[in-house]
Design a protein around this ligand. Structure first.
Ligand code: TXA
Ligand code: MG
Length: 327
Protein backbone atom coordinates (compact mmCIF):
# COMPACT_ATOMS: atom_id res chain seq x y z
CA UNK A 1 0.00 0.00 0.00
CA UNK A 2 1.50 3.40 -0.91
CA UNK A 3 2.24 5.59 2.06
CA UNK A 4 0.38 8.89 2.26
CA UNK A 5 2.55 11.99 2.55
CA UNK A 6 1.79 13.03 6.10
CA UNK A 7 3.54 15.53 8.31
CA UNK A 8 4.12 14.39 11.89
CA UNK A 9 2.18 16.61 14.29
CA UNK A 10 4.28 19.24 16.00
CA UNK A 11 4.68 18.63 19.76
CA UNK A 12 3.07 21.52 21.69
CA UNK A 13 4.14 22.18 25.29
CA UNK A 14 2.84 24.74 27.78
CA UNK A 15 5.14 27.79 27.77
CA UNK A 16 4.17 28.60 31.37
CA UNK A 17 5.42 25.25 32.73
CA UNK A 18 9.05 25.29 33.95
CA UNK A 19 9.38 21.59 33.04
CA UNK A 20 8.54 22.47 29.40
CA UNK A 21 11.24 25.13 29.44
CA UNK A 22 13.74 22.56 30.77
CA UNK A 23 12.89 20.22 27.89
CA UNK A 24 13.07 23.03 25.34
CA UNK A 25 16.45 24.13 26.73
CA UNK A 26 17.77 20.57 26.36
CA UNK A 27 16.67 20.53 22.70
CA UNK A 28 18.31 23.90 22.05
CA UNK A 29 21.55 22.76 23.70
CA UNK A 30 21.67 19.87 21.24
CA UNK A 31 21.25 22.24 18.30
CA UNK A 32 17.47 21.77 17.87
CA UNK A 33 14.84 24.33 16.92
CA UNK A 34 12.01 25.43 19.24
CA UNK A 35 9.26 27.96 18.53
CA UNK A 36 8.77 30.31 21.47
CA UNK A 37 6.07 32.92 22.19
CA UNK A 38 7.09 36.56 22.67
CA UNK A 39 4.97 39.64 23.27
CA UNK A 40 5.26 40.54 19.55
CA UNK A 41 5.08 37.32 17.48
CA UNK A 42 6.26 33.71 17.92
CA UNK A 43 10.00 33.32 17.32
CA UNK A 44 11.88 30.27 16.06
CA UNK A 45 14.78 29.89 18.48
CA UNK A 46 18.21 28.33 17.97
CA UNK A 47 21.43 28.58 19.99
CA UNK A 48 22.97 31.70 18.41
CA UNK A 49 26.48 30.43 19.11
CA UNK A 50 25.96 27.11 17.30
CA UNK A 51 26.54 27.54 13.56
CA UNK A 52 24.93 24.18 12.73
CA UNK A 53 21.79 25.05 14.66
CA UNK A 54 21.62 28.44 12.96
CA UNK A 55 22.09 26.81 9.54
CA UNK A 56 19.21 24.43 10.34
CA UNK A 57 17.10 27.43 11.33
CA UNK A 58 17.67 29.19 7.98
CA UNK A 59 16.81 25.92 6.21
CA UNK A 60 13.62 25.31 8.23
CA UNK A 61 12.31 28.79 7.36
CA UNK A 62 13.57 28.79 3.78
CA UNK A 63 15.26 32.05 4.68
CA UNK A 64 18.07 33.49 2.56
CA UNK A 65 21.31 33.31 4.57
CA UNK A 66 22.11 36.96 3.77
CA UNK A 67 19.26 38.00 6.08
CA UNK A 68 20.66 38.28 9.64
CA UNK A 69 18.84 37.22 12.82
CA UNK A 70 17.98 39.00 16.07
CA UNK A 71 19.89 37.76 19.14
CA UNK A 72 17.49 37.53 22.09
CA UNK A 73 18.87 38.15 25.58
CA UNK A 74 17.65 38.10 29.17
CA UNK A 75 19.06 41.41 30.34
CA UNK A 76 21.06 44.51 29.49
CA UNK A 77 24.23 42.96 30.84
CA UNK A 78 24.09 40.10 28.34
CA UNK A 79 23.20 42.56 25.55
CA UNK A 80 26.39 44.48 26.30
CA UNK A 81 28.49 41.31 25.90
CA UNK A 82 27.29 41.31 22.27
CA UNK A 83 27.23 44.92 21.08
CA UNK A 84 28.45 48.38 22.02
CA UNK A 85 25.77 51.04 22.52
CA UNK A 86 25.95 54.83 22.30
CA UNK A 87 24.47 56.89 25.14
CA UNK A 88 21.40 57.59 23.01
CA UNK A 89 20.80 53.88 22.35
CA UNK A 90 21.45 53.04 26.01
CA UNK A 91 18.75 55.52 26.98
CA UNK A 92 16.31 53.62 24.76
CA UNK A 93 17.38 50.30 26.26
CA UNK A 94 16.76 51.66 29.75
CA UNK A 95 13.40 53.10 28.77
CA UNK A 96 11.98 50.19 26.76
CA UNK A 97 13.70 46.90 27.70
CA UNK A 98 12.36 44.37 28.32
CA UNK A 99 10.05 45.10 25.41
CA UNK A 100 9.44 45.27 21.65
CA UNK A 101 12.61 47.22 20.78
CA UNK A 102 15.50 45.76 18.74
CA UNK A 103 18.81 47.62 18.68
CA UNK A 104 21.29 47.13 15.84
CA UNK A 105 24.83 48.17 16.70
CA UNK A 106 28.50 47.26 16.31
CA UNK A 107 29.13 43.61 17.16
CA UNK A 108 31.83 42.90 19.73
CA UNK A 109 34.63 40.54 18.65
CA UNK A 110 33.99 38.47 21.76
CA UNK A 111 30.23 38.11 21.14
CA UNK A 112 29.00 34.51 21.56
CA UNK A 113 27.35 34.57 18.14
CA UNK A 114 28.05 32.47 15.06
CA UNK A 115 28.94 34.54 12.00
CA UNK A 116 26.04 32.93 10.20
CA UNK A 117 23.50 34.36 12.70
CA UNK A 118 24.84 37.84 11.93
CA UNK A 119 25.01 36.98 8.20
CA UNK A 120 28.67 37.99 8.30
CA UNK A 121 27.90 41.65 9.14
CA UNK A 122 29.96 43.59 11.68
CA UNK A 123 26.69 44.73 13.26
CA UNK A 124 24.22 42.68 15.29
CA UNK A 125 20.52 43.06 16.15
CA UNK A 126 19.75 42.47 19.85
CA UNK A 127 16.47 42.37 21.76
CA UNK A 128 15.52 41.75 25.39
CA UNK A 129 11.90 40.71 24.99
CA UNK A 130 9.17 41.00 27.61
CA UNK A 131 8.60 37.28 27.28
CA UNK A 132 9.32 34.94 30.22
CA UNK A 133 9.58 31.80 28.04
CA UNK A 134 12.25 33.33 25.79
CA UNK A 135 14.23 34.94 28.61
CA UNK A 136 13.87 31.77 30.71
CA UNK A 137 15.43 29.76 27.87
CA UNK A 138 18.30 32.22 27.43
CA UNK A 139 18.97 32.03 31.18
CA UNK A 140 18.92 28.21 31.11
CA UNK A 141 21.35 28.09 28.17
CA UNK A 142 23.52 30.95 29.39
CA UNK A 143 23.73 32.08 25.76
CA UNK A 144 21.70 34.32 23.44
CA UNK A 145 19.05 32.76 21.21
CA UNK A 146 18.78 33.66 17.55
CA UNK A 147 15.07 33.94 16.76
CA UNK A 148 13.38 35.17 13.60
CA UNK A 149 9.60 35.02 13.39
CA UNK A 150 8.46 31.37 13.37
CA UNK A 151 7.00 31.31 9.85
CA UNK A 152 8.20 30.21 6.43
CA UNK A 153 10.18 33.08 4.91
CA UNK A 154 7.91 35.58 3.14
CA UNK A 155 4.66 34.42 4.76
CA UNK A 156 2.54 36.03 7.49
CA UNK A 157 4.17 36.09 10.96
CA UNK A 158 2.59 33.74 13.56
CA UNK A 159 0.76 35.06 16.62
CA UNK A 160 -0.49 31.67 17.91
CA UNK A 161 1.06 28.21 18.32
CA UNK A 162 -1.43 26.93 15.71
CA UNK A 163 -0.06 29.43 13.15
CA UNK A 164 3.45 28.12 13.85
CA UNK A 165 2.32 24.54 13.22
CA UNK A 166 0.64 25.52 9.91
CA UNK A 167 3.97 26.65 8.49
CA UNK A 168 6.64 24.67 10.31
CA UNK A 169 5.23 21.26 11.40
CA UNK A 170 7.74 18.59 10.34
CA UNK A 171 10.55 21.17 10.18
CA UNK A 172 11.15 21.96 13.87
CA UNK A 173 11.23 19.98 17.12
CA UNK A 174 8.54 21.63 19.26
CA UNK A 175 6.50 24.72 19.94
CA UNK A 176 5.94 26.28 23.35
CA UNK A 177 2.34 27.52 23.52
CA UNK A 178 1.92 30.77 25.43
CA UNK A 179 -1.45 31.70 23.91
CA UNK A 180 -2.00 34.56 21.43
CA UNK A 181 0.73 37.23 21.36
CA UNK A 182 -0.33 40.37 23.21
CA UNK A 183 1.10 42.92 20.75
CA UNK A 184 0.83 41.08 17.44
CA UNK A 185 3.36 42.95 15.26
CA UNK A 186 7.14 42.60 15.35
CA UNK A 187 9.55 44.75 17.32
CA UNK A 188 10.66 48.20 16.21
CA UNK A 189 14.24 48.05 14.90
CA UNK A 190 16.58 50.99 15.57
CA UNK A 191 20.15 51.22 14.25
CA UNK A 192 22.71 52.92 16.48
CA UNK A 193 24.89 54.67 13.87
CA UNK A 194 27.61 57.34 13.90
CA UNK A 195 25.01 59.71 12.43
CA UNK A 196 22.54 58.94 15.24
CA UNK A 197 19.57 56.62 15.70
CA UNK A 198 17.86 55.38 12.55
CA UNK A 199 14.49 53.65 12.27
CA UNK A 200 15.06 50.45 10.24
CA UNK A 201 11.67 48.83 10.78
CA UNK A 202 8.53 50.44 12.25
CA UNK A 203 7.09 48.05 14.81
CA UNK A 204 5.38 47.46 18.11
CA UNK A 205 7.09 50.37 19.84
CA UNK A 206 5.64 53.53 18.27
CA UNK A 207 8.06 56.17 16.97
CA UNK A 208 6.32 58.77 19.16
CA UNK A 209 7.39 56.86 22.31
CA UNK A 210 10.99 56.74 21.10
CA UNK A 211 11.03 60.41 20.11
CA UNK A 212 9.69 61.32 23.56
CA UNK A 213 12.86 59.80 25.04
CA UNK A 214 15.38 61.09 22.48
CA UNK A 215 13.75 64.51 22.11
CA UNK A 216 14.42 64.44 18.36
CA UNK A 217 12.69 63.21 15.23
CA UNK A 218 13.85 59.71 14.28
CA UNK A 219 15.59 59.44 10.95
CA UNK A 220 14.31 56.81 8.57
CA UNK A 221 16.46 54.33 6.69
CA UNK A 222 17.18 55.45 3.13
CA UNK A 223 19.01 58.60 4.10
CA UNK A 224 22.79 58.96 3.78
CA UNK A 225 23.29 57.15 7.06
CA UNK A 226 21.38 54.20 5.75
CA UNK A 227 22.28 50.78 6.83
CA UNK A 228 19.20 48.85 5.94
CA UNK A 229 17.50 45.81 7.39
CA UNK A 230 18.34 43.26 4.70
CA UNK A 231 15.11 41.46 5.50
CA UNK A 232 12.91 44.39 4.60
CA UNK A 233 11.98 42.95 1.24
CA UNK A 234 9.22 44.80 -0.54
CA UNK A 235 6.93 41.79 -0.76
CA UNK A 236 6.63 40.11 2.60
CA UNK A 237 3.93 38.90 4.96
CA UNK A 238 2.37 37.73 1.73
CA UNK A 239 -1.12 36.25 1.72
CA UNK A 240 -2.22 34.13 -1.24
CA UNK A 241 -5.11 36.49 -2.01
CA UNK A 242 -4.79 39.87 -3.76
CA UNK A 243 -4.90 42.71 -1.29
CA UNK A 244 -6.17 46.30 -1.80
CA UNK A 245 -5.45 49.04 0.74
CA UNK A 246 -7.30 52.14 1.95
CA UNK A 247 -10.63 50.85 0.68
CA UNK A 248 -13.79 52.52 1.96
CA UNK A 249 -16.26 50.78 -0.39
CA UNK A 250 -15.33 47.10 -0.85
CA UNK A 251 -16.59 45.07 -3.79
CA UNK A 252 -19.00 42.13 -3.52
CA UNK A 253 -16.30 39.46 -3.90
CA UNK A 254 -13.92 40.99 -1.36
CA UNK A 255 -13.23 39.98 2.22
CA UNK A 256 -13.06 43.29 4.11
CA UNK A 257 -10.75 44.04 7.02
CA UNK A 258 -12.77 46.75 8.75
CA UNK A 259 -11.48 49.45 11.08
CA UNK A 260 -13.49 51.89 13.22
CA UNK A 261 -16.33 53.46 11.20
CA UNK A 262 -15.33 51.77 7.96
CA UNK A 263 -17.54 48.71 8.31
CA UNK A 264 -17.45 47.41 4.78
CA UNK A 265 -21.10 47.11 3.83
CA UNK A 266 -21.39 45.31 0.50
CA UNK A 267 -18.38 43.08 1.05
CA UNK A 268 -18.51 39.27 0.79
CA UNK A 269 -17.56 39.06 4.48
CA UNK A 270 -16.31 41.52 7.09
CA UNK A 271 -13.61 40.94 9.73
CA UNK A 272 -13.04 43.73 12.26
CA UNK A 273 -9.49 44.82 13.05
CA UNK A 274 -11.01 47.03 15.75
CA UNK A 275 -14.60 48.24 15.86
CA UNK A 276 -13.70 51.00 18.30
CA UNK A 277 -10.75 52.20 16.19
CA UNK A 278 -8.16 51.08 18.74
CA UNK A 279 -4.74 50.65 17.08
CA UNK A 280 -3.38 48.28 19.74
CA UNK A 281 -6.38 45.99 19.22
CA UNK A 282 -5.92 46.22 15.43
CA UNK A 283 -2.21 45.31 15.71
CA UNK A 284 -3.02 42.32 17.91
CA UNK A 285 -5.64 41.11 15.38
CA UNK A 286 -3.77 41.97 12.16
CA UNK A 287 -1.88 38.77 11.30
CA UNK A 288 -4.57 36.30 12.40
CA UNK A 289 -7.27 38.17 10.48
CA UNK A 290 -5.03 38.33 7.39
CA UNK A 291 -4.68 34.54 7.60
CA UNK A 292 -8.42 34.11 8.10
CA UNK A 293 -9.30 36.42 5.20
CA UNK A 294 -6.80 34.55 3.02
CA UNK A 295 -8.71 31.31 3.68
CA UNK A 296 -12.09 32.92 2.97
CA UNK A 297 -11.53 34.39 -0.48
CA UNK A 298 -9.36 35.38 -3.41
CA UNK A 299 -9.51 39.12 -2.80
CA UNK A 300 -8.99 41.12 0.40
CA UNK A 301 -9.73 44.83 0.89
CA UNK A 302 -8.53 46.76 3.92
CA UNK A 303 -10.02 49.89 5.49
CA UNK A 304 -7.82 52.98 5.93
CA UNK A 305 -5.85 52.78 9.18
CA UNK A 306 -4.30 56.00 10.54
CA UNK A 307 -0.49 56.04 10.28
CA UNK A 308 0.17 57.34 13.80
CA UNK A 309 1.41 55.31 16.79
CA UNK A 310 1.10 51.59 16.14
CA UNK A 311 -0.58 52.49 12.85
CA UNK A 312 2.85 53.09 11.27
CA UNK A 313 3.78 49.40 11.79
CA UNK A 314 0.31 48.21 10.72
CA UNK A 315 0.49 50.22 7.48
CA UNK A 316 4.06 48.99 6.84
CA UNK A 317 3.00 45.33 7.11
CA UNK A 318 -0.13 45.91 4.99
CA UNK A 319 1.88 47.65 2.26
CA UNK A 320 4.31 44.72 2.10
CA UNK A 321 1.43 42.24 2.06
CA UNK A 322 -0.08 44.12 -0.90
CA UNK A 323 3.17 44.38 -2.90
CA UNK A 324 3.47 42.33 -6.09
CA UNK A 325 5.25 39.09 -5.19
CA UNK A 326 7.84 39.21 -7.96
CA UNK A 327 9.31 42.53 -6.80
O1 TXA B 1 9.46 41.03 17.26
C1 TXA B 1 10.44 40.58 16.65
O2 TXA B 1 11.40 41.29 16.32
C2 TXA B 1 10.43 39.07 16.32
C3 TXA B 1 10.46 38.30 17.64
C4 TXA B 1 10.54 36.81 17.42
O3 TXA B 1 11.49 38.77 18.46
N1 TXA B 1 11.53 38.72 15.47
C5 TXA B 1 11.59 39.08 14.17
O4 TXA B 1 12.71 38.58 13.50
O5 TXA B 1 10.76 39.77 13.62
P1 TXA B 1 12.83 38.57 11.91
O6 TXA B 1 14.06 37.78 11.63
O7 TXA B 1 11.56 38.09 11.30
O8 TXA B 1 13.12 40.06 11.54
C6 TXA B 1 14.35 40.64 11.92
C7 TXA B 1 14.72 41.76 11.00
C8 TXA B 1 15.02 41.32 9.58
O9 TXA B 1 14.38 42.22 8.69
C9 TXA B 1 16.55 41.45 9.48
O10 TXA B 1 16.97 41.78 8.19
C10 TXA B 1 16.81 42.60 10.46
O11 TXA B 1 15.91 42.35 11.51
N2 TXA B 1 18.17 42.55 10.98
C11 TXA B 1 18.75 41.59 11.73
N3 TXA B 1 20.05 41.86 11.96
C12 TXA B 1 20.32 43.03 11.36
C13 TXA B 1 21.49 43.85 11.22
N4 TXA B 1 22.66 43.50 11.76
N5 TXA B 1 21.38 44.99 10.53
C14 TXA B 1 20.21 45.37 9.99
N6 TXA B 1 19.06 44.63 10.07
C15 TXA B 1 19.11 43.49 10.74
MG1 MG C 1 9.99 37.76 10.00
Amino acid sequence: MPLAMTVAPLPVLDAHDPASLDRAAAILREGGLVAVPTETVYGLAADAGNANAVAALYAAKGRPAFNPLIAHVDGLERALTLITLSDAALALAHAFWPGPLTLVSRRKESAAISDLAAAGLDTLAVRWPDAPAMTGLVARLGRPLAAPSANLSGTISPTTAAHVAEGLAGRITMVLDGGPCLVGVESTIIADTLEGLVLLRPGALPREAIEAVTGARLKGAGGKAAISAPGMLKSHYAPRARLRLNVTAPEADEIYLAFADHRGSGAKAVLHLSESGDLAEAAANLFSLMRKADQMGERIAVAPVPATGLGEAINDRLTRAAAPKDS
